[in-house]
Design a binder for this molecule. Structure first.
Ligand SMILES: CC(C)(COP(=O)(O)OP(=O)(O)OC[C@H]1O[C@@H](n2cnc3c(N)ncnc32)[C@H](O)[C@@H]1OP(=O)(O)O)[C@@H](O)C(=O)NCCC(=O)NCCS
Length: 426
């Protein structure tokens, strides 16, 4: 039975050969062009990045290495890491050995805790997550090997070591941040007998009725794991790693992007917005009240958090997976009921605005309500869970980029004057 490193060592020469041949034979073929609108519009739709770990189909949503995300909802996060990296699901024997390997990697250096404890008490938990990654940077195996002198062809090997350490450690760090930031008592040590999701749920120290919190955390880690490489956190991670900065630097940069309200912070915004709704109407509002409140938000020039997407044009299947979980385990919860009812109201309204390209809920619309139900009411923490899940994807993407021998990222920028001349504008 192969380890993940052996599996990759077997596949990478073939991947390199395929890509080498493709570039040699079709290097000058055009796959995208850039309009003036795109240059000023966040490069939306420009096809200029390669990401083989996942693909977002505008109608079907997230596809991980050929598997629609809805088919992976019952898998362990460790199985999904194996899939992201190798392109295959592990056999049961490979899965069990890998779960054990990942558990052994859950060792967080002391300096992380000391640094987090020294931070201002009101630091945002995303800041703490990003700082924790930077603290671990000094022990990067890739950095050490690079300083010793290694061949470019072998960069992926040591990047893989860092990537697996990062993925394994971040849930421990995140649980520690939760307990410290919200004064929940001493840290709960990791239990290496548990899988990643179950261990994370346990280290949070929240009630876990019938193992439901464990199930939710596994689902959470799987659903948020990857979303192509053009989103802010993945692209930031990719760009920083392309300078051969180690994964701790690169992931920290990605997390700083995830902390933005248009990206990962949206799940906290959703909960804030729902709380306002509940306060205003004293419980679960009627459809009519929800319509009024949605219009009021839009007329105030604000976005409806949890709705819309830069790529998707349908209900996000990750939202559907959370909705199904909620219907099964917390159907009587008021916050969950509001989320479900908003889904019946908001898309029609966003369509009426005539400008929102995707009027449907994204993953952030439903996830927070479930966390709230299990006692995690500190909603400014929610993005941290998104962040530790996203470590799976962005760290895998970094390993693959190095396996593909990709160079430093450096698109060309142009001036407004140049564009005017180019298009013959006055
Ligand atoms: C996700 C998001 C940033 C995508 O942005 P985008 O690709 O620029 O979206 P669009 O092309 O549909 O935007 C066109 C217009 O619709 C608006 N729009 C998009 N989503 C909207 C929403 N949920 N509520 C209100 N207006 C919205 C945009 O602000 C933009 O308005 P403008 O032309 O006045 O600037 C955007 O939908 C959004 O802000 N959603 C709410 C925040 C959120 O849930 N983020 C998490 C994403 S996973």
């Amino acid at each position: 039975m192969a380890t993940i490193r052996e599996k990759l060592a077997e596949k990478i020469p073939q991947w390199r050969e395929d890509i080498g041949k493709l570039v040699k034979e079709h290097g000058n073929d055009v796959i995208s062009e850039v309009t003036v609108q795109q240059a000023y519009g966040g490069m939306r739709g420009v096809r200029c990045l390669v990401c083989d770990t996942s693909y977002v189909d505008p109608e079907k949503g997230l596809i991980i290495r050929g598997h629609p995300i809805s088919e992976l909802a019952d898998r362990l996060p460790e199985e999904v890491i194996w899939l992201l990296l190798t392109g295959e699901l592990p056999t049961p024997a490979e899965r069990d050995a890998f779960v054990e390997e990942m558990a052994q990697r859950r060792k967080v250096p002391d300096g992380v805790w000391k640094t987090l404890e020294a931070m201002p008490e009101d630091s945002h938990p995303m800041t703490m997550l990003s700082v924790a990654s930077l603290v671990m940077e000094k022990d990067s195996i890739f950095k050490k090997k690079y300083d010793e002198g290694i061949r470019k062809e072998d960069h992926w090997i040591w990047t893989l070591e860092d990537a697996l350490d990062l993925m394994a450690r971040m849930p421990v760090v995140a649980a520690g941040i939760y307990r410290l930031r919200y004064k929940k008592g001493p840290r709960i040590p990791s239990d290496p007998k548990l899988d990643m999701g179950a261990d994370y749920a346990r280290m949070l120290g929240l009630p876990n009725p019938n193992g439901e919190l464990e199930k939710l955390m596994r689902l959470y880690l799987v659903l948020h794991c990857d979303h192509e490489s053009g989103n802010v956190s993945a692209f930031a991670t990719h760009t920083v790693a392309s300078a051969l900065s180690n994964i701790y630097y690169a992931y920290s940069a990605g997390m700083n992007g995830l902390a933005g309200p248009l990206h990962g912070l949206a799940n906290q915004e959703v909960l804030k917005w729902i709380q306002k709704l509940r306060e205003r109407f004293g419980g679960v509002p009627t459809h009519e009240q929800l319509r009024d409140f949605t219009w009021e938000t839009l007329n105030a020039g604000q976005v409806i958090p949890g709705y819309g997407h830069a790529v998707l044009r349908q209900t996000d299947p990750r939202f559907t997976a959370f909705l199904e979980f909620g219907k099964k385990y917390c159907a009587n919860d008021e916050i969950f009921q509001i989320v479900a009812r908003l889904y019946e109201v908001v898309p029609d309204i966003l369509k009426q605005t005539g400008k929102v390209k995707d009027p449907y809920p994204n993953v952030d619309a439903g996830s927070g309500a479930l966390l709230w139900h299990y006692g995690m009411t500190e909603y400014d923490y929610y993005t941290v869970i998104f962040g530790i899940s996203r470590a799976l994807g962005v760290a895998s993407q970094t390993v693959i980029s190095r396996a593909y021998l990709e160079p430093i990222t450096r698109p060309k920028s142009v001036t407004t004057e140049w564009i005017k001349q180019q298009v013959g504008a006055a």
